[in-house]
Ligand binder design. Structure first.
Ligand SMILES: *Cc1c(COP(=O)(O)O)cnc(C)c1O
Length: 232
């Protein structure tokens, strides 16, 4: 049977077996990427034990959040961020994984309601250096980290990356090693980071091997997605 519960068990078993093989197994959390999935499916996933959900499109996320207020879900924003969306993101999400611009950081910091905890932030790193994709380059990451660290309503937790999809395990490993190297460099410079958000359905085992603490899993949990709705 291919229920969410069955798929989750398989994912958790895979995570456990990789951790068992490692010298110092880190804590690994599963972030369920629920873009395009209706609120009813999120509810089902919550029931089998998933409490972290990631959304890419603000409007879609807000609609589902309004139907799920009875569940103690931790909401993570993982999609590209336009300036005019920062206020709603700051009000409705605990985490942002896709921060890659100073201006967006400032706007999130300004808009975070003062009665809420700071927003947990991962800087999105672009390891492929493709012009078209989101994320800061390895050379820019430290100055953005320094700026975020001065903002009282943001809490810098770590790095996120979406390497170019590849079925080649060596290529996957190489990309994740770059992210890990950048993360270790920031740690060495004194940044108190604890989150490496790398790994998706196709490559999460290698990401965990390279130190992932959050894996962002969509299709391996929910099945193949329908085409995405218009961005919101
Ligand atoms: C869609 C998405 C995922 C999940 O992708 P799957 O391959 O379905 O696991 C993870 N991270 C981000 C940023 C995404 O947009």
């Amino acid at each position: 049977m291919n229920t969410i519960g069955n798929r989750l068990q398989l994912i958790l078993a895979t995570i456990q077996s990789i951790k068992t093989n490692q010298q110092s197994p880190q804590r690994v959390q599963v972030l369920a990427v629920s873009k395009t999935q209706p609120a009813s499916v999120i509810r089902e996933a919550f029931k089998v034990g998933i409490h972290l959900f990631g959304e890419n499109y603000l409007q879609e996320a807000l609609e589902k959040q309004s139907q799920l207020t009875d569940l103690a879900i931790e909401w993570h924003f993982i999609g590209p961020i336009q300036s005019n969306k920062t206020q709603a993101i700051a009000q409705n999400f605990s985490w942002v994984h896709s921060l890659d611009r100073l201006k967006i950081a400032q706007r999130l910091n300004d808009a975070r309601p003062k009665d809420l905890d700071p927003i947990n932030i991962c800087i999105q790193l672009n390891v492929d250096s493709e012009e078209s994709k989101g994320g800061v380059s390895i050379h820019e990451v430290e100055s953005l980290a320094a700026a975020i660290s001065t903002m009282p309503h943001l809490k810098l937790r770590g790095l996120m990356a979406i390497p170019e999809p590849s079925t080649n395990v060596d290529k996957q490993r190489m990309q994740f090693k770059k992210v890990r190297g950048c993360y270790d460099n920031l740690l060495a410079k004194g940044y108190a980071l604890d989150t490496l958000s790398i790994g998706m359905s196709e490559d999460y085992p290698i990401a965990i091997e390279q130190g992932a603490t959050i894996v962002r899993i969509g299709s391996a949990l929910f099945g193949a997605r329908q085409p995405k709705p218009s961005a919101g």
